[in-house]
Design a protein around this ligand. Structure first.
Ligand code: URP
Ligand code: ZN
Ligand code: ZN
Length: 467
């Protein structure tokens, strides 16, 4: 066999126990305690370390054309960075163009991703045009191909109206698919933007104010109600506010298959960051919210109403963030001319696991949120999400004692800054394996461009809030 990871403590969402992991041909071949080392090409000692499933980041935007530029991590840089933070699968977005069949959108993106990705990946297909029956029906061929996950935006110029959102929800129910939603009230947001700009309020703080707790919360509530009406499952991405958290919690209590994702940036930072000198570096949508909302998200994690953590990794370089001061053409900028998004793919698993070291959550919970639940929710639990015989050997050896201070210098993406600069973590990944291949060890990326594969996902059936 290829590899034995011995003496480690295995952590899954359900269990913590001491055992050795045998890997062969990219799969977890056996788990036990009495292997003969002579049977293995390589033996790794994981004494005093945890052996975890690789994380699945259900929300990245690699090489995304957005905000007048392109997000600064392409599929190589983004997946390289992912591997170095213990993330072994990323879900990117393939946004449909007007008139385009949905599977074609995914194939268009895959043509780029397959050459560059260093870890495995899949897609959520962003639905922008269901103006004909044929386009709506094209969801089916995507599901059959192995991409049963769609996304709609309630904001942005490529967002959809409530009628189209409802149609997509109904169709997803029929097909065994899941719809994710970026929920913010588009009309109120644009009204507030115009008001603040006319009053000369241009700083990053006004980005937050124009997308405040209620602007997001109203849309979350509406999205939940549309899903209830359509009797369809729903996944709210990057949930950041208390009102939305309450709507999700209530719907789940009533038995609806409503799921929520939040992101480390909402768990760690509050809207105070927009008062910083470089508050523009933190401009993302939705923006960080007040302390009350952050507390509600942590409560949601504790009581099981947050189902996943993902990053919304969408980095832009500082010179692009500076367009909020002076635009490309030299004219004065404002909060609307800052590209929206931040880096985070390398920070998610280390940050969430550090919260387990600190005792805020358990290691099992960290694994559930970052690995098991996304694998079940997006239909790749036949391949990923646990340390289990037969699954891909996507494994992380984690050192709970290591002290690590996040700096951009120590990150492995192509971005020139990080909003996480200076944040101190206790515990850090020591090594990451992607299908049995060592892709990260002791701070160094060891993977290869193009080694990542598109993972085909199975149909999704959710009868209630349990996965
Ligand atoms: O600010 C963000 N999140 N940019 C990427 C697009 C989105 O809304 O997720
Ligand atoms: Zn979004
Ligand atoms: Zn996003």
């Amino acid at each position: 066999m290829d590899l034995l990871i011995k003496n480690g403590t295995i952590v899954t969402a359900a269990e913590t126990y001491q055992a050795d992991v045998a890997v062969d041909s990219g799969k977890i071949a056996a788990i036990g305690t009495d292997f003969d080392e002579a049977d293995f090409t390589e033996v790794v000692d994981a004494k005093d370390k945890l052996v975890l499933p690789g994380a699945i980041d259900g929300h990245t935007h690699l090489a995304l054309a957005f905000g007048g530029t392109i997000s600064s991590d392409d599929y190589y840089a983004g997946t390289r960075s992912a591997a170095c933070g213990g993330t072994t699968t990323v879900f990117d977005f393939a946004q449909q163009e007007a008139g385009e069949r949905l599977l074609d959108a995914a194939k268009r993106r895959d043509a780029i991703a397959c050459k560059d990705a260093a870890v495995d990946y899949s897609f959520h297909i962003g639905v922008g045009d269901v103006s004909t029956e044929e386009l709506l029906d094209s969801m089916e061929e995507a599901v059959e191909y192995g991409i049963p996950s769609f996304k709609v935006y309630m904001v942005y110029d490529f967002g959809v109206d409530d009628g189209s959102f409802y149609k997509v929800l109904e169709k997803s129910k029929e097909l065994g698919a899941l719809v994710g939603v970026h929920a913010e009230n588009k009309d109120v947001n644009s009204l507030l933007v115009n008001r603040y700009l006319s009053e000369g309020k241009t700083s990053a703080w006004w980005h937050y104010m124009s997308k405040n707790e209620l602007v997001e919360g109203e849309a979350d509530v509406r999205a939940v109600n549309l899903a209830k009406m359509a009797q369809a499952p729903l996944y709210i991405v990057h949930l950041a506010d208390k009102m939305g958290m309450e709507a999700v919690t209530e719907a789940r209590k009533q038995g609806y298959p409503i799921f929520a994702e939040t992101c480390p940036q909402y768990l760690h930072f509050t809207n105070e960051v927009y008062k910083r000198e470089r508050g523009r570096d933190f401009v993302c949508s939705p923006p960080m919210k007040n302390q009350e909302s952050q507390d509600a998200l942590w409560d949601g994690i504790a009581n099981g109403n947050i189902t996943t953590i993902a990053t919304d990794h969408c980095p832009f370089r500082q010179e692009e963030k500076d367009w909020g001061i002076t635009q490309k053409d030299g004219s004065p900028g404002n909060f609307t001319t800052i590209p929206n998004g931040c880096a985070g793919v390398e920070n998610m698993y280390p940050y969430v696991l550090s919260q387990a070291v600190a005792g805020r959550i358990s290691f099992n919970k960290a694994v559930e949120l970052c690995a098991l639940n996304p694998s079940k929710l997006f239909g790749l639990d036949h391949r990923k999400g646990a340390v289990r015989v037969g699954l891909d050997a996507d494994l992380v050896i984690y050192d709970p004692q290591k002290e690590f201070t996040i700096t951009n210098e120590a990150m492995h993406g192509d971005t020139d800054h990080t909003i996480w600069e200076g944040v101190k973590l206790k515990g850090y990944p020591q090594a990451t394996y992607s299908r049995g291949r060592l892709v990260f060890k002791d701070g160094e990326f060891l993977g290869k461009r193009g080694d990542g594969q598109l993972i085909k996902c199975h149909r999704l059936e959710f009868k209630g809030p349990e996965l």
